[in-house]
Design a protein around this ligand. Sequence first.
Ligand SMILES: Cc1cc2nc3c(=O)[nH]c(=O)nc-3n(C[C@H](O)[C@H](O)[C@H](O)COP(=O)(O)OP(=O)(O)OC[C@H]3O[C@@H](n4cnc5c(N)ncnc54)[C@H](O)[C@@H]3O)c2cc1C
Length: 397
Amino acid sequence: MAIDLSPEPAVADLAERTARFVREVVLPVEQRHAAATPSEAVRRELQDAARGAGLFAPHVAPEYGGHGLGMRGRAAVFEEAGYALLGPLALNIAAPDEGNMHMLELIATPAQKERYLRPLAAGEIRSCFAMTEPAPGAGSDPRALATRAERVDGGWRINGRKWFITGADGAGFAICMARTSGAAGDEGGATMFLVDADNPGMKIVRHIETLDETLYGGHAEVLFDNCDVPADAVLGEVDEGFRYAQVRLGPARMTHCMRWLGIANHARDIAVRRAGERELFGSRLGELGMVQQMIADSEIDIAAARGLILQASWELDQGRSGAQSTAIAKTFCAEAIWRVVDRSLQICGSLGVSGDIPLGRFLREVRPFRIYDGPSETHRWAIARRVLRRHTTAAAR
Ligand SMILES: Cc1cc2nc3c(=O)[nH]c(=O)nc-3n(C[C@H](O)[C@H](O)[C@H](O)COP(=O)(O)OP(=O)(O)OC[C@H]3O[C@@H](n4cnc5c(N)ncnc54)[C@H](O)[C@@H]3O)c2cc1C
């Protein structure tokens, strides 16, 4: 049976134009802003350029100004956008906005779509997703969710503390996960709320200093302090928040893999260029066996990562849960991308560690990916449990 993994012509064209745009427009801007998080003016400049090039928000439906790409189409385009750290921001496909748009498209009411999705898709506002809490609250185990929402006259009152909330500072709204029934440790009982950032009950407590710098708006600790929201702030159904989180997290895991695979490609290209130029021990670096092995291992990691992303994306496009395939792909990609960037830096020697080329920065940016969207250990644990369950069920037949 022939298997054709190539994207359809319109998607291939979009991916090719994205690749050109990223190299010709985004990378020069990125190089000018080497060490810092870009300003709001830079975000707008890049997004205007992407809009002008017809590349903006490719994942959202045409009625919201996008190209309506499915997950496999996203795989091709997002990998090209990810070649530059600021590429995803330029196309309005950076985390957490991209994942939030995906979820709003699927579960928001028509009124919520007009109020939140439309300006988000247009790049007029940003957003954040507030789930993780300081210990002993929700982290790898979301059931530990401690933030609570109680019914009050006309709506809900949210109380709790969140941290590592990417993009919270400057966001127009937050999607906040709070417990509406049960107690910490229970399987269900969570609800998602749309909270406007000017709500006096939602407070940015501090910016958390982290290894990475590029995810726009940084990572904040956020306090929901008697935060009153109206009844129509509920996103989806009450007590169904954990189920909706999976609607967001499976695809969001994959789009993170797609974007960071772009950085792995970029790191590999820098290393291969260096291996072709640098002379030592009477030959080019690239003629030495151990360097060839590193280059080959990186190529294998990149190809395998792409294959796993496509497999999981295909399942998601079929409407399947993709729980196992996204966990496998996320775990492999987060580790493989790290290995590729690390090997590339090694091939470049001291130049790799220097600020003259971006490999040190790439390394800092990709390291947290082994923790967010589920740490590798949480995914391995879940993968193994599913395999064991499958065997137990098969043995019982
Ligand atoms: C840069 C960055 C951005 C983030 N952005 C957001 C955001 O926008 N919104 C949001 O809600 N959250 C965000 N997070 C939080 C992220 O989702 C959590 O860090 C993640 O879910 C892990 O939770 P935790 O940090 O509390 O680690 P813990 O739950 O304390 O886990 C600690 C460690 O325990 C180990 N572990 C976990 N499960 C198992 C297991 N089953 N078996 C064995 N060992 C295990 C792993 O090594 C793990 O790293 C972000 C995190 C980072 C680093």
